[in-house]
Design a protein around this ligand. Structure first.
Ligand code: SF4
Ligand code: SF4
Length: 430
């Protein structure tokens, strides 16, 4: 487990392209620096956890680039370990995400197996914030060494998705919706849950693909942006704090705020080994929903006055039903061939925005007194796309939009999930 007074080293490498030779050299340097060769030798099963959130090509910068996965898998094999790839994507089958992202030829060439995160098991959470145990993919228990391979992206709910957020993919399938429902729009509660997942999974190494990252409406709808960064650490919050600072992200993300608050992150104990990376000019452009929060830093106090929420761009919507199926609050329905959002029930988790394959869900802010007079809202993006999130649009009906704490379901989101005594621990640090 991670000791709170441990010192952490974060390695930051300038890497400007997915060049195989360069990646091989840098990953080997990182492996040596973090003692991986000794940990994976002798046929040790090693789980690689990339970001495979959606079936999107590598050029979209949604998923971890296949060349990064290749370099890490090859390094594991060279050290005598046996790599496998595992993840639980947002809505599509893992095999489709692997194929579409360009990872399949890499797995075939290196004879790397795939582990779907379907079954769940209960894992202990050292130094827990919310619950002493948490349900994660049962397959995690089969791997003494886990290497987390996140993608650098902006994120509508959490500001940025880096090392710690990528581990949310260790929650199998629809259980993710349960966590969104419990946390609702309370980003600080969601952040504490992510820190608990990080403590339970306890990867041996986090290696961030920030060669080309994403800005704007991440994690799936943003714009690819060259960042030129490959960063590594044995501690996820330390890596996230370092990258957030290097990129001059305009707000302290909820995850870093939660880790600083509970003492699990201490900047004084972080040493950054920068091998020559210089950040691009100007900060990453945040997601629209995160921008709204930055614009209203007292949002949590003023949430009756300012409300961020999703709405449907009707001319983009293909009625595929993905959002309806995955809405954790059951707030979305297909009615007469159109998606309706019940704002009385919506917990503003933005899963619909994240998962819509057709970019038909937008998140924006509206004044609370206007939101309180609306039950549902949609807009025609052909006419009003640029104004998305800045006006109330065409409203119908009544109801309060925001009920703080409605979604929490009590103070212990993990309570009641411990149904066996399954623990890993073999790969844990400390
Ligand atoms: S909003 Fe997106 S996810 Fe929902 S039905 Fe329309 S196209 Fe599908
Ligand atoms: S409508 Fe969208 S933001 Fe609201 S609860 Fe459902 S998935 Fe979350």
């Amino acid at each position: 487990m991670t000791h709170r007074n441990e010192r952490h080293r974060v390695a930051v490498h300038p890497v400007v392209a997915y060049d195989r030779a360069v990646l091989t050299a840098v990953v080997r340097q990182i492996f040596a620096a973090y003692g991986l060769p000794a940990r994976v030798r002798g046929g040790t099963p090693v789980l690689l956890k990339p970001n495979l959130i959606a079936p999107r090509p590598s050029a979209d910068a949604v998923c971890t680039h296949p060349e990064v996965v290749r370099a890490v898998a090859a390094a594991v094999i060279d050290c005598g370990g046996r790599p496998c790839v595992g993840d639980s994507p947002g809505y599509a089958p893992l095999s489709r995400c692997i194929e579409k992202s360009g990872l399949k030829p890499v797995l075939d060439e290196l004879a790397i197996g795939v582990v779907p995160f379907s079954a769940a098991a209960s894992f202990p959470v050292p130094d827990h914030r919310l619950s002493p145990r948490i349900e994660l993919a049962a397959a995690l228990a089969d791997f003494p060494v886990i290497i987390n391979l996140p993608k650098l992206k902006t994120h509508g709910l959490m500001g940025l998705t880096l090392a710690v957020k990528n581990l949310f993919g260790c929650v199998p399938g629809i259980r993710k919706a349960g966590w969104h429902y419990r946390a609702g729009h309370r980003r600080e509660l969601f952040a504490r849950m992510l820190l608990d997942i990080h403590a339970a999974v306890c990867p041996a190494l986090h290696l961030l693909d920030g060669i080309v990252g994403m800005e704007g409406d991440g994690p799936t709808r943003g714009r690819p942006v060259p960042v030129g960064l490959l960063a590594a650490a044995a501690d996820g919050p330390a890596l996230d704090w370092t990258v957030e600072g290097l990129l001059k992200y305009p707000e302290t993300t909820p995850l870093i705020a939660a880790a600083l608050d509970d003492g699990s992150l201490d900047p004084a104990r972080i040493t950054v080994d920068n091998h020559g990376f210089t950040a691009p000019e100007g900060p990453l452009k945040p997601a629209r929903s995160a921008r709204a929060t930055a614009r209203f830093p007292l949002h949590s106090m003023l949430r009756r006055l300012v409300v961020r929420r999703p709405r449907i761009a009707v001319s983009r919507c293909r009625r595929c039903g993905v959002c309806v199926k995955h809405c954790p609050a059951g707030a979305m329905k297909l009615v007469d061939g159109r998606v309706r959002i019940d704002y009385k029930t919506c917990i503003r988790c933005y899963c619909c925005h994240e998962l819509c394959p057709y970019d038909a869900v937008r998140v924006g802010w509206v004044p609370g007194w206007i939101a309180a007079a609306q039950v549902e809202e949609e807009f025609d993006n052909e006419r009003t796309d640029d104004a998305a999130g800045t006006s109330a649009g065409a409203a119908t009906a009544v109801a309060a939009a925001d009920a703080p704490g409605r979604a929490a379901g009590g103070g212990d989101p993990g309570a009641g999930t411990c149904n066996n005594d399954f623990g890993r621990g073999a790969h844990k640090r400390g």
